[in-house]
Design a binder for this molecule. Structure first.
Ligand code: TRP
Length: 332
C-alpha cells in the first residue's frame, strides 16, 4: 500500500490491557513505520460524557505513557493531545454549520447516550460526529483505524467532507476510509470464561500492561476452569480454550503443544497450566511495566513529547484551516 495519512483518536480511559495491545495498539506501532500517522488523545470528546472531569490531564498523560511504553514513537508518528490542537475546534464549528439535526439525531451512539444519560443530552453529544470528522479531516487523513463501533461515525465524516467540498466547490477533503487490520487483529479472551478481555467485565477479567507480577498471578490463578477432560481429544470448553489462547500469545508454540497434548490425553493439571501462564505472562509484560514506570516519572520527557506532537499536529492543521477559511471566503 502506498503511504497514507492515518488518524486515530484514543479515548483517555484508564489502563491498557492485553486485549488493547493485541487489538489496535500493536497495529498502530506497525503503521507508524509505513504511513504518516496522527494519534491523539481525545480529551475534548471526554467532556460529552464527563463535563467536569477529575484529573483530565493526568488521565491523558497516563494513556500517553502507556502508548509510548507499547512502542508508539514520537519521532515517527505525530502523537498529541486533542486539546493542544484548537484548529480542530474551528473546523468543528464549520462542520456544525452544515450538519443537520435529523442526521445527528439518527446516529446510534447518540441514541445510546440519550438512553444512558437522559439528564445530560448536551449539544456536544449530538455533535460528537462533527468533532470526530474535524479530528480526522484537519489532517486530511485518508485512513482511520477504528473498530466496527466507529463505522457510522466514519460514514458521517465522509458525508461532512463531501458536503463541504460540494458546498464550497473545492476538493478540500478526501473521503477517509476505515483501515482494516484484518487478520492482524488478535481477539484476546478475558479470564472470566466468557468473551473478550475488557475492563467493564471487572478488574479480575483483564491483564493490564502495568499489572505487577503478584496481580497477574492472582488473576490467572483465579481464572475459571472446569473439572477437566474426561474423554481423549475432547473439545475444550470456552474457559479452557481461553486459557490456551492466552498461553499462545505469551508462550512458545512448544509450550502450547505440550499442554495441548496433556489435555488431549486427559492428563492435564490446570494448576500447572496456570503456573506456566503466570510465568510467561509476567515475562511478556515485563518490558511494558518497566517502560511505564520509567516514563511515568519522567515529566520533562513527557512534556517534550507533548510539545513535539503539538508542534507537528499544528503544522498539519494550520495548512488545512487556512485552505478552509479561504474557500469559505474569510479574510486571510
Ligand atoms: N470515537 C472514537 C472512540 O470512541 C475516538 C475518536 C475520537 C476517534 N476522534 C476520533 C477515532 C477520530 C478515530 C478518529 O473510540
Amino acid at each position: 500500500m502506498s503511504r497514507e495519512i492515518v488518524c486515530s483518536g484514543i479515548r483517555p480511559t484508564g489502563n491498557l490491557h492485553l486485549g488493547n495491545y493485541f487489538g489496535a495498539l500493536r497495529n498502530f506501532v506497525k503503521m507508524q513505520e509505513a504511513h504518516d500517522c496522527f494519534f491523539f488523545i481525545a480529551d475534548y470528546h471526554s467532556l460529552t460524557t464527563h463535563p467536569t472531569p477529575d484529573n483530565l490531564y493526568n488521565n491523558a498523560r497516563q494513556i500517553l505513557v502507556q502508548y509510548l511504553a507499547a512502542g508508539l514513537d514520537p519521532d515517527k508518528a505525530t502523537i498529541y493531545l486533542q486539546s493542544d490542537l484548537p484548529e480542530t475546534v474551528e473546523l468543528y464549528l464549520f462542520f456544525n454549520m452544515n450538519a443537520y439535526l435529523g442526521e445527528l439525531e439518527r446516529v446510534t451512539s447518540f441514541k445510546d447516550k440519550v438512553r444512558q444519560q437522559p439528564n445530560n443530552v448536551n449539544a456536544g453529544l449530538l455533535t460528537y460526529p462533527t468533532l470526530m470528522a474535524a479530528d480526522i479531516l484537519i489532517h486530511k487523513a485518508t485512513k482511520v483505524p477504528v473498530g466496527k463501533d466507529q463505522e457510522q461515525h466514519l460514514e458521517m465524516t465522509r458525508t461532512f467532507a463531501n458536503r463541504f467540498n460540494n458546498m464550497y466547490k473545492h476538493e478540500v477533503f478526501p473521503l477517509p476510509q476505515a483501515f482494516n487490520f484484518g487478520s492482524d487483529l488478535v481477539k484476546i479472551p478475558g479470564l472470566d470464561g466468557s468473551g473478550k478481555m475488557g475492563k467493564s467485565e471487572g478488574e479480575m477479567n483483564a491483564i493490564f500492561l502495568n499489572d505487577d507480577p503478584a496481580a497477574i498471578k492472582k488473576k490467572i490463578m483465579k481464572a475459571k476452569t472446569d473439572l477437566g477432560p474426561t474423554e481423549m481429544n475432547q473439545e475444550k470448553p470456552v474457559e479452557i480454550a481461553n486459557l490456551f489462547t492466552l498461553l499462545s500469545v505469551v508462550s512458545t508454540p512448544d509450550t502450547v503443544a505440550y499442554f495441548d497434548d496433556l489435555y488431549n490425553r486427559c492428563q492435564i493439571r490446570y494448576g500447572d497450566l496456570k503456573k506456566q501462564l503466570v510465568e510467561d505472562m509476567v515475562k511478556f509484560t515485563q518490558p511494558f511495566r518497566e517502560r511505564i514506570a520509567e516514563l511515568s516519572s519522567d515529566e520533562s520527557y513527557l512534556r517534550r513529547v507533548m510539545d513535539q506532537g503539538k508542534e507537528k499536529a499544528h503544522e498539519s492543521a494550520r495548512r488545512t484551516i487556512e485552505e478552509v477559511r479561504h474557500v469559505i471566503g474569510y479574510r486571510n
